[in-house]
Design a binder for this molecule. Structure first.
Ligand SMILES: NC(=O)c1ccc[n+]([C@@H]2O[C@H](COP(=O)([O-])OP(=O)(O)OC[C@H]3O[C@@H](n4cnc5c(N)ncnc54)[C@H](OP(=O)(O)O)[C@@H]3O)[C@@H](O)[C@H]2O)c1
Length: 351
């Protein structure tokens, strides 16, 4: 049994972590922190955990999590950075779900997040927590930086065709759609029900932060200048992300077989990646609706011969493969457990 603590357990990501870890056979949760709800039973905030979780929230203090061997941090960006440093100094392993350790170049924190990173050395030891790309490094990691949700979906769809040289790296346009839980549980005007309900609202159509990590990870496989356009949209879902990526072939259009081959080579052995392309079926391309609560990432593709386009799709649950589930997958890798432990929930149909 590994003792774990969750720092920031009252949020949406923290709640999903609790749900997943409570069914993990090798985990004992020793602390779940919240300042606002300290002393209150966890189920008062996460009603789905009534009669499942007997814990009460404790104050977010290092002394309250120090009994753990691993701390999962699920805090707003800029809030983890000093806490993670302290936990690492005390000999704990940290799996951070915020953005404070995802980027390798310290100067990118000023550009994308508006703060000077106080511990650039830690960016060298942090492992970008996408198992499909960094499994071997995750095994030895003291600090895992779990990817951003829209970044995860985009990277998983892009890396195989970029690696195979099938798509023109200078022409990549990502259209992302995301549900409201992606913005966290703090009330905002944008998220207020009359403002949020029924929207299809573009936001940050240029300069969204996730493009920095997509660029960082995909450029490791690019042979030429990589250019990525990324435009997210808030849509009328609570959970889920669909990215639709418009690209062009490098030379003559590949066949569908070429695309199948490149994705199969990358993902056939991956426990959480499914290739979804069956034009005869109503569920013939990825749809986040059927991924709610699951750690799967569904990937699909299409070729548009008339207009020389290749279209890639990826769907995930932003709170699971996009955050808490992926974090648990990394935890399983570090401790050499079956990667699927705690993550067997297949989603719902109909949902
Ligand atoms: N939502 C998603 O789909 C998603 C996906 C991937 C990654 N992420 C990232 O995961 C992190 C958490 O996201 P979320 O959606 O769960 O946010 P959230 O719902 O707003 O929850 C934030 C949590 O952080 C705690 N907190 C805030 N400031 C703190 C501080 N200074 N010290 C200690 N605890 C503090 C809050 O606890 P109190 O009860 O004390 O306020 C709460 O538990 C963010 O960095 C987010 O970008 C989110």
């Amino acid at each position: 049994m590994v003792k774990v603590a969750i720092y920031g357990a009252s949020g949406y990501v923290g709640g999903e972590l609790l749900r997943i870890l409570l069914s993990h056979s090798e985990v004992e949760i020793v602390a779940a922190t919240s300042k606002r709800f300290s002393g209150m039973p966890v189920h008062k905030v996460h009603p789905n955990l009534r009669k499942v979780c007997q814990l009460s929230f404790v104050e977010p203090k290092v002394e309250n999590v120090i009994n753990a061997e691993v701390v999962f941090t699920a805090l707003p960006h800029g809030q983890s950075v000093h806490i993670v440093k302290t936990l690492l100094d005390r000999g704990l392993k940290v799996i951070d779900m915020g953005a404070d350790f995802r980027l390798k170049d310290p100067s990118s924190y000023e550009k994308w997040y508006g703060f000077k990173h106080p511990y650039p050395d830690l960016l060298n030891i942090a492992v970008y927590g996408l198992p499909e790309l960094h499994r071997e490094d995750i095994k030895r990691a003291r600090l895992v930086a779990v990817p951003g949700c829209m970044a995860s979906a985009s990277i998983l769809a892009l890396v195989p065709p970029v690696k195979s040289g099938i798509i023109d790296e200078s022409q990549i346009f990502i259209d992302a759609k995301i549900g409201s839980s992606g913005a966290g549980s703090s009330p905002t005007l944008e998220g207020y029900h009359p403002e949020r309900y029924s929207v299809v609202r573009p936001y940050k159509p240029a300069g969204h932060r996730h493009v920095a990590e997509i660029f960082q990870e995909v450029s490791r496989f690019a042979k030429n200048r990589l250019s990525i356009g990324f435009s997210p949209h808030a849509v009328n879902m609570v959970r889920g992300i669909l990215v639709t990526i418009h690209t062009r072939p490098t030379e003559k259009p590949p066949s569908l077989q070429d695309l199948w081959r490149c994705y199969r080579a990358a993902y056939d052995k991956e426990p959480f990646i499914r290739l979804v392309r069956d034009p005869t079926m109503v569920h013939g391309l990825p749809d986040p609706k059927y991924l709610i609560g699951s750690n799967f990432a569904d990937i699909g593709f299409e070729i548009d011969l008339d207009f020389n386009r290749i279209i890639l799709f990826a769907a995930i649950d932003n709170l699971v493969k996009g955050a808490a589930g992926n974090a648990v997958q990394c935890f399983n890798i570090i401790f050499n457990y079956d990667e699927r432990e705690g993550l067997n929930f297949p989603g719902l149909h109909p949902a």
